[in-house]
Design a protein around this ligand. Structure first.
Ligand code: AMP
Length: 396
């Protein structure tokens, strides 16, 4: 069955229960302050669309942080309710708990329109994908909408099991639709040449994605700390750079699977005697024994620019160096610029690379900036996610 989207949906007279990813960062010293509202802002078009489609009640649900199955005021969705009320210029009633009899009574009141259920993860049943818990949530609505792309790789009660109770009445929200359509351009016959740039901290974090990409891409460009296990696996010296034995083994397995010479590694580096120390150029592949590499060097930037030139599809995940430090952000920003200038489908995913692209000022030039870090990597790896699959086929 194909996924149902919101376009043309008629929710007149219906109670709609919708799952969002309102897992926003809160100020450490003042938990009532949201430090980055992007995730809520991205949900607003779907909320407005549901209301325009005629819904009489809109029940919003989300998780926030990791309260580990217990009620904890530090993880309350209250700041989210306040922000939503401001943005929608309407009342948003926050419930005391996601499941108590008061919620149904509240929904029976004529004047109630928008309700936000308190943090789903205050209940261990949410992460346990508990059927009874999913049924209680499902009982609030006639129609289910899932717009929580960032949580779609989780098989949780509100993202997965709940679909069991909404056969033919489950919809993907606008954000979810946008993510699926764009990621499909990477997973389903990408235009060639298809070039992936993978960076970041560890090979082990992205090994499954690398195993998939080494088959589907034409070129696999490696940067960041992830490059050193690959260099070591090829017999080079990596000095004090981040490089675990486990990662070297994993890099060896990728290099073994690389039948077409697709893997490309740095040829020079920016190094230092310690993390965050003074930057020095290292124009050789081999890194001196008392130095750690923290960014790719100018020859590598040029090499990668050349490799990207003819790309028709580009996937980027993970920075090229310790880009949070001013001395080591040049490689990452240069690659941002190179990708942004291409006449190709360009997709960036993963928390750190997205923030690098935003900082670089080139975000607008990318075809798609994916909002879900873990979810986008898993979708690329498997071409599917539990939360998306459940929307298609339901859960039996
Ligand atoms: P990831 O979340 O796997 O994409 O990793 C991103 C993190 O890797 C960022 O915090 C970077 O600072 C870090 N990183 C990238 N390159 C290096 C490097 N050469 N040395 C140390 N950390 C790095």
């Amino acid at each position: 069955m194909a996924i149902q989207y919101l376009e043309g949906a008629d929710f007149s007279g219906k109670k709609v229960i919708a799952r969002f990813d309102f897992n926003v960062p809160l100020d450490k010293n003042d938990k009532s302050k949201i430090t980055d509202t992007s995730r809520i802002d991205l949900a607003l078009p779907t909320i407005k669309k549901i209301l325009e489609a005629g819904a009489t009640k809109l029940i919003l649900m989300s998780h926030l942080g990791r309260p580990k199955g217990k009620k904890n005021p530090d993880f309350s969705l209250e700041p989210v309710a306040n922000y939503l009320a401001d943005q929608l210029s309407d009342d948003v009633i926050l419930t005391d708990s996601a499941i108590n009899c008061g919620v149904k009574e509240l929904l029976n009141l004529k004047e109630t329109k928008i309700v936000l259920l308190e943090n789903l993860r205050f209940h261990p049943e949410e992460e346990n994908n508990d059927e009874g818990f999913a049924k209680k949530l499902a009982d609030y609505g006639d129609v289910y909408v899932n717009d929580a792309f960032g949580a779609a790789h989780r098989k949780h009660a509100s993202t997965y099991e709940i679909n069991k109770f909404f056969a033919r009445n489950a919809y993907a929200g606008l954000l979810m639709q946008n993510e699926i359509e764009n990621l499909n351009k990477i997973t389903q016959s990408p235009k060639k040449p298809f070039v992936a740039i993978v960076g970041g901290a560890k090979v082990s974090d992205k090994i499954k994605t690398l195993e998939k990409l080494i088959v589907t891409v034409d070129k696999l460009i490696i940067g960041g700390a992830m490059a050193y296990p690959f260099l070591k696996a090829r017999g080079h010296e990596v000095g004090q750079s981040l490089c675990s034995d486990e990662d070297v083994k994993l890099a060896q397995s990728i290099l073994k699977a690389d039948k077409g010479g697709k893997v490309h590694l740095p040829v020079d580096h920016i190094v230092s005697e310690k993390f965050g120390g003074n930057p020095q150029g290292c124009s050789e592949i081999n890194i001196p024994s008392d130095r750690m590499a923290l960014d790719i060097g100018p020859k590598t930037i040029e090499k990668y620019r050349e490799l990207l030139k003819d790309a028709q599809t580009v996937l980027w995940n993970g920075p090229m160096g310790a880009f949070e430090l001013n001395d080591y952000n040049k490689g990452t920003f240069a690659i941002c610029e190179a990708v942004a200038q291409l006449d190709a489908f360009t997709l960036v995913g993963g928390g750190d690379s997205v923030s690098a692209v935003n900082q670089s000022g080139y975000a607008e030039k990318f075809s798609h900036v994916s909002t879900g870090g873990g979810a986008s990597l898993e979708y690329i790896e498997k071409g599917e996610l539990p939360g998306v699959q459940a929307l298609k086929f339901g859960v039996s």
